[in-house]
Write a protein of this length. Structure first.
Length: 503
């Protein structure tokens, strides 16, 4: 524990949803839910307006729609979130060389290491200045916690939400922690919390009074001893600038259970390709390939295979995942598939034996072909109903960025039955008008996200986008004339033409 509150924890407020509200003027002050829009989708983030209806992160999207049927439901735009996160992390890097990112919107900062603070007054001033800088650079708000340890700094930032700052003075930790529920402490999840509740411990004060021996008896030596120290406010974990990745994985949940074995195999291969893309982007390779299968009855199976050396070869990962799939019974249906790589390394060991075997197989196939003939190419499984390439490219998701040759930048509000509804507005503008087009309209094209705060000329003051959110209560120019459905954003405004929405 430090004698001064020089560990800072920043947590951006409802990050994904707030970014969407900043980018889409018509959504400011309204309920916004970001996540998977399918029937098995999950909420990634809900705006504070949506949380008033009981919507929260990790909730099934179907349940969120029942609680807040008039909210705007949008797909995540990670390219935008990453760009904003880079701006925020750059500001944190100016404060200290020791910045420990936990996610795109959350990080610890050691202010003492960067000379940014050495007592309560300087720490508070630094925290307030950081909040102002983030707002000016991104138009978004963040909550800041300051304390003498990482655990307390995170608790403080949670108490500061939304858009606030809480500083915990050293020496007041026990008093502050005592009435808090046990789930407040790191490492106390639902199962541990229930176990402690059955033992009569519901607050942090209960844990401190129970003593270390009792917690060790209930939870084991490592967990019990660590929990007792945290209940007393002790946390000596340092801020670590580099956090090594332990694994890389991707997974998909399907709207309808997959029963066709060929389709399951195709999905596994597709996930393997995506996993390798992430692996290469992180600059790693890995030795152990992991397959995850969640079946129709919610039972989850994992299978793994360890290679002789690290690889980032998509063919090797794809083939290993395929072999693992052979050991899993999928006849009852599959609702989720995942492929991951663990045992990461920052180098790749090529599988020379596999490469030689592939070359030998290719040579044998060529020699077996009749003179003047070419060996028949490997057949790929075709979809049941082939979809034209143009139609596949014209899938519009709610929240997607687009640009029209005449009307300019906008975002997809909904689509279905051959039509797509677009609201034309930009960050910092007034709420825009809605227009409807055919899904194959050549003048309408996908676009990259616009910056939330446009670059200002030298000497000019950046617009206060977050403050513009107070205008969210203003009526938009036209009333809605269509009924939103699955995959659409429920936002007032329309051009007077009815739009039918499909799934």
């Amino acid at each position: 524990m430090r004698s001064a509150p020089t560990i800072l924890h920043l947590d951006m407020d409802a990050f994904y949803a707030a970014a969407e509200q900043a980018a889409k003027p018509s959504l400011r002050g309204k309920a916004v839910v970001v996540g998977g829009l399918g029937p098995r989708g999950v909420v990634a983030t809900a705006s504070y307006e949506a949380r008033r209806f009981g919507v929260h992160s990790a909730m099934p999207m179907a349940q969120a729609r029942r609680l807040a049927p008039n909210a705007a439901y949008l797909v995540p735009r990670f390219s935008l979130y990453r760009s904003v996160s880079e701006q925020v992390m750059e500001l944190l890097g100016r404060l200290s060389p020791l910045v420990e990112p936990l996610s795109l919107d959350e990080a610890f900062v050691d202010l003492e290491a960067g000379g940014a603070a050495d007592d309560s007054a300087s720490a508070r001033a630094t925290g307030e200045r950081l909040r102002a800088d983030i707002r000016a650079a991104t138009g978004l708000t963040g909550s800041v916690g300051l304390a003498g340890s990482k655990m307390l700094a995170k608790i403080a930032s949670e108490q500061a939400k939304p858009d606030g700052l809480v500083l915990i003075e050293p020496g007041t930790e026990r008093e502050l922690l005592a009435p808090l529920p046990v789930r407040t402490l790191p490492g106390v999840g639902p199962a541990t919390g229930e176990h402690l509740r059955r033992a009569g411990m519901t607050t942090v004060a209960d844990l401190a009074e129970a003593g270390e021996d009792e917690l060790v008896r209930l939870l084991g030596r490592a967990h019990g001893a660590a929990l007792f120290r945290m209940a007393l406010g002790h946390d000596d974990r340092p801020v670590v600038a580099e956090r090594d990745a332990k694994s890389v994985s991707v997974e998909d949940t399907f709207d309808v259970d997959l029963h066709d074995r060929v389709r399951v195999r195709i999905e596994v291969e597709r996930l393997a390709e995506r996993c390798v893309q992430r692996l290469r982007a992180s600059g790693h390779s890995g030795r152990t390939i992991v397959l995850k299968v969640r079946r129709y009855d919610f039972s989850t199976l994992t299978r793994s295979e360890t290679l002789r050396g690290p690889t980032d070869d998509p063919a090797v990962v794809r083939e290993a995942a395929g072999r693992l799939l052979e050991s899993v019974d999928t006849t009852g249906g599959v609702r989720l598939l995942g492929v991951g790589v663990t045992g990461l390394a920052d180098y790749t060991q090529e599988d020379l034996f596999a490469q030689a075997a592939a070359e030998e197989a290719a040579a044998s196939a060529a020699s077996a072909a009749a003179p003047g003939e070419q060996p028949e190419p490997e057949r790929e499984a075709a979809p049941t109903e082939p979809v034209p390439a143009e139609a596949a490219a014209r899938h519009w998701s709610a929240g997607q960025d687009v640009r029209h040759a005449v009307y300019g930048a906008g975002w997809v509000q909904g689509s279905g039955v051959g039509r797509v509804t677009v609201r034309f507005e930009e960050p910092g503008s007034a709420p825009g008008r809605v227009r409807t087009f055919r899904v194959d309209d050549e003048d309408l094209q996908p676009s990259d996200p616009l910056p939330l705060v446009p670059a200002s000329p030298p000497g000019a003051q950046a617009p206060d986008v977050a403050a513009a959110g107070t205008a969210a209560g203003r009526p938009v120019d036209e009333p809605a004339r269509h009924v939103p459905a699955e995959g659409s954003a429920s936002v007032p405004g329309g051009d007077g033409r009815p739009v039918a929405h499909g799934d």
